[in-house]
Design a protein around this ligand. Structure first.
Ligand SMILES: *[C@@H]1O[C@H](CO)[C@@H](O)[C@H](O)[C@H]1NC(C)=O
Ligand SMILES: *[C@@H]1O[C@H](CO)[C@@H](O)[C@H](O)[C@H]1NC(C)=O
Ligand SMILES: *[C@@H]1O[C@H](CO)[C@@H](O)[C@H](O)[C@H]1NC(C)=O
Ligand SMILES: *[C@@H]1O[C@H](CO)[C@@H](O)[C@H](O)[C@H]1NC(C)=O
Ligand SMILES: *[C@@H]1O[C@H](CO)[C@@H](O)[C@H](O)[C@H]1NC(C)=O
Length: 431
């Protein structure tokens, strides 16, 4: 691998010089290529700006930068993002999400049956095992492909970029999970193409996160650990990088661990408390929804504060209000075993790459759940060094993919390149 780095490093020097001269004599161009993070639950678009060297993640809907990766077919037409989410409860059969789980993926007949049980929309597979949705539009069944759902979301992001730049946008760089195979990558590109965007390249999400931290600028060999803890999944990747070259050395993950599980623990605790205090087991759907919203809000507040008061009115309790102070310590106790599980795939990737924790130079955190102080401190203590948290973990991937778009679009002052070396490591699953 060392030799590969040296040879590629020489060609980097030529690019570096070219970049230097361009910087001296050319006017600042507008971004030509946008970066898109088409996520499982949220999607966003970013622009890399020459001169300042900064990335703007654009507002897409009503002040929101990231929109839910959700599309709904209704009598009012096709709805995207928050508009799709707002009507999802009344139109569950026609509200489509998780298309990233299906895009370009081949399922067995049994898998389709199993997966169908988790959703209120209808799924079907073709003779090759490729899955599509079936929705009812104006009384008739309509087949909708996962890449078409992706395209509708991408279309919204493209519109936001065009609005911001006041010019047409037709080129994109996209990020995909490192474990995506060629077919999944091709179908992701196809989604962009249906939306009228030419996808120049797809890059791995962990590499994008490393780019967001500027790790492509480091000339010495770096070992980078990327921990991505989202709403429902944990993904850990070990990368090696040098002079803008990235190689994925190992991947491990737990696809049943994330923010939803931490919320559930707090919800169960509150339900038990209400039962103890009022003798009532809350089953009312609206009350449960109220509780869920308060639980999510409390979790977010406990990331910055040591205690948060929950106060709410529940139908089940008549006129009596329910209130309780939740401390960060209690939240951590309720989730102690789950938080500890975060380190399992971390140990697995080190093992798989024949490295020890002291070999890791940089730790990059991705995903909203890495805001939880306990998650950060467990990683801090394990490695004996602070993870880098200067980039918003929910925007790290879109930021990095936009930096890559800037590099490919030749946007100075980016005088370095970023290249992913092909690799065939398989992901280790931990439960
Ligand atoms: C259903 O029909 C109405 C009226 O023709 C139309 O406006 C609407 O877009 C259609 N719905 C969808 C999802 O195509
Ligand atoms: C483009 O987005 C940036 C960053 O969000 C914002 O500051 C700027 O006002 C936007 N420009 C337009 C024309 O919407
Ligand atoms: C993906 O697309 C490339 C280029 O179009 C093609 O060469 C390759 O065979 C495709 N791979 C799969 C698995 O479809
Ligand atoms: C419950 O809370 C609401 C809003 O904070 C308040 O107006 C109401 O008086 C409270 N009810 C009781 C019985 O404390
Ligand atoms: C975080 O990343 C920035 C940018 O690369 C770097 O300057 C800083 O030293 C890093 N901090 C830590 C704690 O690693």
């Amino acid at each position: 691998m060392g030799a590969t780095f040296i040879i590629l490093g020489t060609s980097m020097l030529a690019l570096l010089l070219a970049g230097y001269f361009a910087q001296q004599y050319l006017p600042p161009p507008k971004p030509k290529i946008v970066g898109i993070d088409l996520g499982t639950t949220f999607s966003c678009v970013g622009l890399y700006h020459a001169v300042s060297g900064t990335v703007d993640v654009l507002e897409v809907q009503d002040g929101h930068r990231c929109i839910p990766s959700m599309v709904a077919f209704s009598d009012d037409g096709v709805l995207v993002g928050y508009k799709a989410m707002a009507q999802s409860e009344h139109n569950p059969q026609n509200t489509l999400y998780d298309s990233k789980r299906f895009i370009g993926k081949v399922f067995s007949k049994d898998d389709v049956k199993k997966v169908q049980k988790q959703y209120s929309f209808k799924l079907e597979a073709d003779e090759y095992g490729m899955v599509h949705y079936v929705v009812k539009v104006n009384g008739t069944d309509k087949k909708v492909l996962p890449e078409e759902v992706g395209a509708i979301i991408i279309g919204s992001l493209k519109q936001a970029a065009e609005h911001n730049l006041t010019t047409a946008v037709n080129k994109v760089i996209m990020s995909v999970p490192a474990e995506f195979d060629d077919l999944q990558r091709n179908y992701t590109k196809k989604a962009a193409s249906i939306a009228g965007l030419d996808c120049y390249r797809v890059i791995n999400e962990p590499t994008a996160a490393a780019l967001a931290y500027g790790l492509h600028k480091k000339q010495t060999l770096q070992t980078v650990l990327v921990v991505d803890l989202g709403g429902g999944t944990l993904d850990v990747s070990l990368l090696r990088s040098q002079g803008g070259m990235f190689l994925t050395q190992a991947m491990a993950g737990n696809n049943r661990l994330g923010g939803q599980d931490f919320n559930q623990r707090l919800l169960d605790f509150l339900l038990m408390l209400i039962e103890k205090r009022h003798g009532i087991r809350v089953t009312d759907k609206e009350d449960l929804q109220t509780l869920r919203l308060h639980v999510e809000e409390t979790k977010l507040r406990l990331a910055y504060e040591n205690r948060a008061e929950i106060k709410m009115n529940l139908h089940s309790l008549g006129n009596e209000n329910f209130s309780e102070v939740i401390t960060r310590m209690l939240f951590e106790e309720l989730n102690a075993d789950l938080f500890n599980k975060v380190l399992e795939p971390v140990k697995k990737v080190l093992e798989a790459a024949h490295l020890v924790k002291e070999d890791v130079d940089e730790i990059v955190l991705v995903g909203g759940s890495t805001r939880i102080p306990k998650v950060r401190s467990l990683i801090h203590i394990f490695f004996g060094k602070k993870p880098n948290t200067s980039v918003d973990p929910e925007l790290a991937v879109v930021t990095g993919v936009s930096v890559q778009a800037g590099i490919i679009g030749g946007m100075w002052p980016l005088t370095v390149s970023a290249v992913e070396l092909p690799t065939r490591v398989t992901k280790i699953h931990v439960h």
